[in-house]
Design a protein around this ligand. Structure first.
Ligand SMILES: [Zn+2]
Length: 95
């Protein structure tokens, strides 16, 4: 499956003059399987900080541990992450 996101650099409200990156997942994601689609509906599977899907495995008082994934945890399909502003396959070499 392909996950297309938009990367935005925004001013950090916590630190004046600093910025942070925010990754917004596009809505037209075609999920590889219903299990993963339902998971993302139920939990926030998308990490806005890293621009990847993560699976929440445990929540502690220090924060929660979210391992980022490159493969669907349900069917094992490869997840392709693509920045909408920087498509990987735009530069076609002219003959
Ligand atoms: Zn899947």
């Amino acid at each position: 499956m392909k996950a297309t996101y938009k990367k935005e650099t925004l001013p950090d409200p916590a630190y004046e003059g600093e910025t942070y990156d925010n990754y917004t997942l596009k809505r037209n994601v075609e999920f590889c399987c219903d299990a993963f689609k339902n998971y993302c509906k139920k939990f926030t599977g998308w990490s806005y900080d890293y621009g990847k899907f993560g699976i929440v495995d445990q929540i502690t008082y220090e924060g929660h541990s979210v391992p980022l994934i490159d493969f669907c945890p349900f069917c094992g399909e490869n997840i392709e992450y693509e920045d909408i502003d920087k498509p990987k396959k735009t530069r076609k070499k002219k003959k």
